[in-house]
Design a protein around this ligand. Structure first.
Ligand code: COA
Ligand code: ZN
Length: 323
């Protein structure tokens, strides 16, 4: 599983290097600069060393400079967590607010796929997955596929999309090695603006070696248990009761990221992307999730529900850092 990080844009630590109370409470600076010394800490150490000097000083008390107790008021009300995208940002800090607005729009409505992307499509090796797709609400979209390490304009768009997905899932960035073994499948829906589309769904599919079979916790340990191993189960997610048999079984395809914009969920987009990857990832060979040929690495509540529905219980679990 990938290690968890905070849902913030952590690369912007430098902008908060003022001594204002806002900078002290900024979740962005705290996420990015774990080892940085807070002005707050510095004040404490100054007071502490002043106290040490006081203790060892032989000068008469009357000449001692009186130390005043300072109180910092950290206004927690400036820290907000958006209910729509779950991002934590500092209200009133312009850069934070702008980053949040952009992230929130991408999470809810998706990024644009326009003329420039269409123009660069051939050189970037973008493949159209045949069949226009009709969603549950009647709208028609299409699926395209591209190598995850693609460069140019499409590459930078994909990087922003993956960064958005990582923040939304509280996941770390994938290693360059994992990206080299991955393809991105994107679901495009016509936008309101003519000749433009929105990327409303994305999955990252990667070639893997092996994965673990999901165990049924209700049957584990009972007489009916068909456990293929006598070794203890691997706990994937305690809260949702997701356990795996520890054996690593040969598995062809791993899904490391899956995301659908919040405005377009429960219309069949994720299932459609997964089926497209199962059909086309390995040239000339259709993979079947029911036969355990596909595994997931991330397991959110929504993702589990999707995995169980789409894979009919056959989807496996893999570790994206060691596969
Ligand atoms: C998980 C996610 C990708 C599902 O995308 P989606 O396009 O809405 O999924 P689909 O419409 O293809 O769902 C197919 C079926 O899966 C199940 N399912 C999917 N999302 C579910 C949810 N939130 N709650 C319950 N069941 C769900 C349902 O059985 C659904 O069929 P139904 O709508 O007819 O009941 C989307 O909710 C999402 O992006 N969530 C945030 C990111 C995330 O958690 N990613 C998963 C990482 S493992
Ligand atoms: Zn938001």
């Amino acid at each position: 599983m990938s290690s968890k990080v905070k849902r913030t844009y952590a690369s912007r630590s430098d902008q908060f290097k003022t001594d204002t109370p806002t900078s002290l409470s900024s979740p962005f600076s705290s996420a990015s600069s774990g080892k940085r010394k807070w002005p707050f800490d510095e004040l404490h150490s100054q007071v502490a060393s002043a106290k040490r000097v006081k203790g060892s000083n032989s000068k008469p008390k009357s000449k001692q400079k009186t130390l005043k107790q300072l109180h910092f008021c950290i206004d927690q009300s400036t820290v907000r967590t958006c209910t729509a995208c779950k991002l934590t940002y500092t209200k009133g800090a312009e850069d934070d607010e702008a980053l949040h607005r952009a992230h929130c729009a991408r999470v809810q409505r998706g990024m644009e796929w326009g003329k420039e992307e269409e123009r660069d499509k051939a050189s970037a090796g973008v493949k159209e997955i045949p069949n226009r797709v009709k969603l549950k609400d009647g709208k028609k979209g299409r699926v395209i596929c591209v190598d995850a390490t693609v460069g140019g304009k499409i590459g930078s768009k994909l990087s922003t999309l993956l960064e958005t997905i990582n923040v939304a899932l509280s996941a770390s960035a994938l290693s360059p090695e994992a990206l080299r073994a991955s393809k991105a499948y994107l679901f495009l829906l016509p936008a309101i603006t003519p000749n433009k589309e929105k990327i409303v769904g994305c999955i990252l599919a990667q070639r893997i070696e092996n994965a673990m079979m999901i165990a049924s916790p209700s049957s584990y340990g009972s007489e009916n248990d068909a456990t293929p191993s006598s070794r203890p189960l691997v706990t994937v997610d305690d809260s949702s009761g997701l356990f795996c048999y520890p054996e690593l079984l040969p598995t062809a395809l791993g899904i490391s990221r899956i995301f659908v914009t919040s405005a377009q969920r429960r219309k069949g987009i994720a299932s459609c992307l997964l089926s497209a990857a199962a059909r086309t990832f390995v040239h000339g060979c259709v993979l079947d999730p029911k036969d355990g040929q596909i595994a997931f690495s991330q397991t959110t509540g929504d993702g589990l529900a999707l995995m169980r529905n789409w894979g009919q219980g056959g989807v496996r679990i893999y570790d994206e850092d060691h596969c």
